[in-house]
Write a protein of this length. Structure first.
Length: 366
């Protein structure tokens, strides 16, 4: 259940097929991923336009595959990537800047597919105008090689490319047969990040509600006990000791709530979103902890002690200047009291750096 909350679970795959006469046909299906099982929420085929598609599907993330007229695909000897020499084999005497290119390889050959940028951009813009967010763009039916085999009769043949386009994004994330469009890469990263952040928010809210309920029940119970003991004129020494013990437990729970950062009025969802918004796109995160435990102090006191109003971030970046720029951007926030680097190490293999930083937040009263 927690995994379902933390990942992108619903995505619509769309195949836009252009006939020889220029007529476009849209086949689409919506996939839902739950407990490692794929289910088909909605499917339709033979739609005549993007407007017609928008009337049949709810706005949301899309994975698009283009087939038919307008796409050039050439099979060449296997290559590792797209370079000027390879592009000249596919588009001789053409300006590569005018085309979107896709590279797909099997064990023996490479397949280079191309489509004019203006055609693809116009189509993606039409989907965006209808409220959809395009996460990936693939050319030709090579996406089918990345998809699992379906049971016979589970899905109509016309819908297989649309299914495969959505499948490779849901299960593969950044790995798949995609056209290398920077904005679509950013869209994918944002979609997965938002889904994870939404899951964290729901989970944190559920935990907070349970804790508040338990605290309310405990506080109500102990308050009633205090009234009963205070009203009894013949309370024994043992009863008075019990009352004091109950009061001490209430105090410990109150301090625990404060130390864990469950009070204070800080909108952590907003702060997390603000930190992510100013982070350079080429950095990657491995850990994001709010009010992390102070392990050294916890061992010394033999109880859990938390670093209140602190956000601890671990990740990787290509160079130190990128990290410095992010730290300067964080320090410029009016709700940040300070930001420091806990450690920074360089990977000798690729030159990338791994880092850990601590962001100290201002108290909400300030």
């Amino acid at each position: 259940m927690i995994q379902d909350l933390m990942r992108l679970s619903t995505l619509t795959g769309v195949q836009v097929h252009t006939e020889k006469d220029g007529q476009k046909l849209i086949h689409a299906c919506t996939l839902k991923l739950s407990k490692a099982q794929l289910a088909f929420e909605h499917q339709d085929k033979g739609l005549k336009s993007v407007v017609h598609f928008a009337k049949n599907f709810k706005p949301g993330p899309l994975a698009i595959v283009l087939t038919g007229k307008g796409i050039i695909t050439k099979k060449i000897d296997k290559v590792q990537g797209l370079d000027p020499q390879v592009l000249n084999q596919v588009l001789p005497n053409a300006n590569p800047d005018h085309f979107y290119l896709q590279h797909y390889s099997n064990e023996e050959y490479s397949f280079i597919s191309a489509i004019r940028r203006n055609e693809a951009d116009e189509l993606m813009a039409a989907f965006r105008e209808q409220g959809f967010m395009v996460l990936s763009l693939s050319l030709d039916a090579f996406v089918l090689d990345d998809a699992m085999e379906l049971k016979e009769g589970q899905l109509e043949e016309e819908l297989l490319p649309a299914y495969a386009a959505a499948f490779q994004v849901l299960l593969g994330g950044t790995e798949g047969t995609y056209v290398a469009v920077e904005q679509l890469r950013v869209n994918r990263a944002q979609a997965f990040a938002r889904a994870k952040l939404k899951g964290i928010g729901l989970l944190a809210g559920l935990v907070l509600m349970v804790l508040l309920l338990l605290n309310f029940v405990g506080y109500s119970y102990y308050s009633e006990q205090v009234k009963l003991l205070s009203a009894a004129s013949n309370s024994s020494t043992a009863e008075i000791g019990k009352l004091r013990g109950q009061e001490k437990e209430i105090g410990k729970k109150t301090e625990l709530i404060k130390a864990a950062g469950w009070t204070g009025g800080l909108n952590y969802a907003y702060l997390c979103d603000a930190l992510m918004a100013c982070m350079p796109a080429k950095m990657s995160l491995q850990e994001f902890s709010i009010n992390p435990a102070d392990e050294e102090l916890s061992r010394a006191r033999h109880e859990m002690v938390y670093q209140n109003r602190q956000v601890k971030v671990r990740g990787a970046c290509r160079d130190a200047s990128m990290l410095n720029n992010w730290i300067f951007a964080i320090r410029a926030k009016d709700w940040v009291e300070g930001c420091k680097i806990l450690n920074y190490a360089i990977n000798p293999d690729d030159g990338s750096g791994s880092f850990a930083i601590a962001v100290q937040l201002k108290a909400h009263e300030e």
